[in-house]
Design a protein around this ligand. Structure first.
Ligand code: KG4
Ligand code: ZN
Length: 360
């Protein structure tokens, strides 16, 4: 990847003008496959247009166990992968594509292997290139699936908040990243999921907490905000423990609506406060919010309001591209293919490689 031209220039009057750019995208159809955790998904992406994006969720199965059981997840992917791919192709009106992009890392090894094996077989059958995609780069690229997004200034901040990640990443150029901070223990999505389990709201927890919190008092129960003075790092394990204690201490007197609202507020408050501190410290002019937790309305609204107050651009992906899906994998694949990258048929999955293009 080459260097990038200066992002800020002075206009005729001498004022600083922030330039917005769009990453390069491949202009031919790509079949994208995602199977890293508990969603089997296939999509067709052309350029940055997500033509189809089919997601078969294993949520019902994992609800029985209160979480994802890796071997059960892999076997459920085996059942769904072919119909999901067929549906994605037929919804896009195509029988074959010009490349296959597939999540290769990070994730559950057995689950990833199902998607990668299918991708290899199709790439061989069609005689087209294959490209392994990093799941996190899929989330990072998800805002580009919104056709109304005309461009972003570089560098900008990306809050990557999901069930497995809580990271603040500076996107310095398309495909180039700097990790500014991350969680020291659990991800924000885990705090939502654990909280929902404790409140008897089921799995996955984020959406359940959001719904239970409607009309609740977010200040009823005092919950901790960890690492207040550190703009770059998160810690959510203390919040999980505090929720457990709250449930134990209050017992049947606990107001589930207020508890859900208080938990959501604690998570939203921490993320939004850090994002603003971090944007100020790094001189960022725009913030994106991605990952499953970006579907949370309270978080979107809080960040949108604070960014507007502070003169920052704010971008979130469409809801269909927030939680795990192959559309976002296709967008990351489209950018990497346009940059000339290709995978090879002997590639393996990995439970946790670092993000490509990550700089020290
Ligand atoms: O990105 P994702 O689908 O999977 C990972 O890569 O981890 O994120 C899943 C996480 C789960 O923890 C789920 O509870 C959370 O995203 N989530 C939400 C919402 N929808 C999903 N959290 C808060 N509010 C939501 N509406
Ligand atoms: Zn994810």
């Amino acid at each position: 990847m080459g260097g990038t031209p200066a992002e800020t220039r002075r206009d005729g009057s001498g004022a600083l003008k922030v330039e917005r750019r769009v990453p390069p995208f491949w202009d031919r159809p790509i079949l994208a496959i995602e199977s890293s955790c508990d969603e089997t998904s296939a999509a067709v992406v052309v350029g940055r247009e997500v033509r189809s994006n089919i997601v078969a969720s294993q949520i019902e199965m994992h609800q029985k166990w209160g979480g994802v059981v890796p071997e059960a997840a892999a076997r459920a992917h085996l059942e769904s992968i072919v119909p999901v791919i067929q549906e994605a192709l037929s919804a896009a009106g195509l029988e074959k594509v010009s490349a296959v992009a597939v999540t290769r890392t990070p994730g559950l090894v057995g689950a990833l292997s199902v998607g990668l094996s299918a991708a290899k077989a199709l790439a061989i059958q069609w005689g087209v290139p294959i490209l392994g995609v990093h799941h996190l780069e899929g989330h990072l690229m998800s805002p580009w699936g919104d056709p109304s997004l005309e461009g972003l200034p570089y560098p900008h901040l990306c809050l990557t908040i999901s069930g497995g990640h809580s990271e603040i990443i500076q996107v310095t150029a398309p495909g180039e990243y700097r990790l500014l901070g991350e969680t020291l223990d659990d991800a924000a999505g885990e705090a939502f999921d654990k909280g929902a389990r404790l409140l008897g709201l089921g799995y996955p927890g984020g959406k359940a907490i959001q719904e239970a919190a409607i009309g609740g008092n977010p200040h009823r129960y005092k919950l901790p905000r960890a690492l207040r003075d550190d703009p770059f790092h998160f810690s959510f394990s203390g919040l999980k423990t505090a929720m457990l204690r709250l449930v134990q201490v209050e017992g049947s007197a606990l107001d589930v609506r207020d508890a859900a609202a208080s938990l959501q507020e604690a998570i939203v408050d921490v993320i939004a406060t850090k994002a603003m501190q971090c944007a100020e410290r790094t001189g960022s002019s725009a913030v994106t919010l991605v990952g499953g937790v970006s579907a949370n309305r309270a978080l979107r609204d809080r960040l949108a309001g604070l960014c507007a107050q502070n003169g920052l651009g704010f971008v979130v992906p469409p809801f269909s591209l927030c939680t795990d899906n192959a559309g976002m994998i296709g967008l990351a694949g489209s950018m990497r293919l346009a940059m000339g990258e290709r995978g090879d048929l002997s590639m393996d999955v990995s439970p946790g490689d670092s993000l490509p293009g990550l700089m020290e």
